[in-house]
Design a protein around this ligand. Structure first.
Ligand SMILES: Nc1ncnc2c1ncn2[C@@H]1O[C@H](COP(=O)(O)OP(=O)(O)O)[C@@H](O)[C@H]1O
Ligand SMILES: C[C@@](O)(CCOP(=O)(O)O)CC(=O)O
Ligand SMILES: [Mg+2]
Length: 372
């Protein structure tokens, strides 16, 4: 079982407050393996964050309310269950600890999904990822989507249709919607107040527009080359999302128009992409896309989610005529750079060229991906 990460082209943070975002899945994925066991234990192996834990099933059963049927509401986070799980894991409400959040999300989905059946099975779940954790590429959503899909399937709530021969098989729309909703609860545990765009891309993949829960796949998009750069500056989506909310509360008349402007950036980008598909893409189209990137990056700085390492990315790429912005929650993490069709790669780790000096830096990971 696997789910992809994502890059947000425009609309991060604003999307949490009901504005439009454009996002695309990446060819970097998170993988999950679930094994039924007879050990009377629930084990989780998370090699990316060096976490290997197990619990007795009898201990986990004690966390369930007398009637298991009270659990399993996919539309609301059960605050009482979260509180009991925090006690079990030994963390406070405001925890930002990577391991604790991953464990809470796992146990929450496990208990909720199996509570209705009255039986908690013993099993071993292993999750590993090609995505950097906490770098803006939606690793939390890919993790939550994998957990939701695997546990719903193990509980029999959705069919286990994925055999080894059918490694690319998918569920139907009803099952996908259920996976997406449970993944959203996982995101709630990890992010606090997610918009839902990341779990939607993690569930369905592709390139899409997301607006207040409404998903519009962009079926025809031009081939775009985007460079992804990881500044490797650690940050927490939860903290950054909360910081933007604080700024909105403090300066509503200043920040709300910024979010409105980001909305317009997303819509103008969508419009330009569609013109590029209908006509032949021209240098003028690229000028517009580049200006939109610059405008949005300024807006994100106004929201307080920039970082000097991201400023460096923008400056270094601009010196080569390329335009960049942060992607995801910002505060470090990854940035995206639009590459014009003629941009060539020479030297560096995977090529290099005009951006060689930046890509060659040992502190940055660079990947080129093709959209469209
Ligand atoms: N492969 C993984 N293994 C375990 N936990 C993961 C994994 N990927 C993501 N997570 C969880 O997601 C959190 C990171 O989420 P977040 O701060 O939203 O960053 P992003 O989604 O941009 O990568 C981690 O702290 C961890 O709890
Ligand atoms: C900042 C935000 O728009 C995207 C966060 O993405 P990531 O967790 O940094 O990959 C939050 C959200 O949409 O839930
Ligand atoms: Mg995330």
């Amino acid at each position: 079982m696997s789910a992809p990460g994502k890059a947000i082209l425009h609309g991060e943070h604003a999307v949490v407050h009901g504005k439009v975002a454009l996002a695309v899945s990446l060819n970097l994925r998170t993988y999950l393996r679930l094994q039924a066991t007879s050990t009377s234990k629930v084990c989780i192996n998370l090699p990316n964050i060096n976490t290997f834990l197990s619990w007795d099933v009898t201990k986990l059963k004690q966390l369930l309310p007398d009637s298991g049927a009270e659990l399993g509401n996919v539309n609301e986070l059960d605050a009482e269950l979260v509180r009991r799980l925090r006690d079990l894991v030994g963390v406070s409400n405001g925890t930002l600890d990577t391991r604790s959040m991953a464990i809470l999300a796992f146990l929450y989905i496990y208990l909720s999904v199996f509570a209705g059946s009255g039986e908690l099975p013993s099993l071993t779940v292993s999750v590993w990822s090609e995505l950097p954790t906490g770098a803006g590429l939606g690793s939390s959503a890919a993790y939550s989507v994998c957990l939701a899909a695997a546990l719903l399937s193990a509980s029999g709530t959705i069919p286990s249709l994925l055999s080894d021969q059918e490694s690319t098989a998918r569920w139907g729309e009803v099952e996908m919607e259920l996976i997406n909703r449970w993944a959203f609860q996982g995101e709630r545990i990890i992010h606090g107040n997610p918009s839902g765009v990341d779990n939607v891309v993690g569930t369905w993949g592709g390139i899409l527009r997301y607006h207040s829960g409404k998903i519009t796949p962009l079926n025809r998009v031009p081939m775009l080359r985007i460079l992804l750069t990881n500044t490797k500056v650690p940050r927490s989506t939860k903290v950054l999302v909360a910081g933007v909310k604080d700024k909105m509360n403090k300066f509503p008349s200043i920040i709300n128009p910024v979010l409105e402007s980001v909305n317009a950036v997303s819509c103008t980008c969508e419009q330009t992409l569609s013109e590029m598909t209908n006509d032949i893409p021209t240098p003028e189209h690229y000028n517009i896309l580049e200006e939109l990137i610059d405008i949005n990056q300024h807006h994100l700085n106004v929201m307080g989610v920039g970082h000097p390492a991201l400023d460096t990315l923008c400056r270094v790429t601009l010196a080569r005529g390329l335009h960049s912005k942060l992607t995801g929650a910002g505060g470090g993490g990854c940035g995206i750079t639009l590459l014009r069709p003629g941009t060539v790669a020479r030297g560096g780790r995977g090529g290099g060229g005009p951006i060689c000096s930046y890509t060659a830096s040992p502190s940055s990971l660079v990947l080129t991906l093709i959209l469209g």
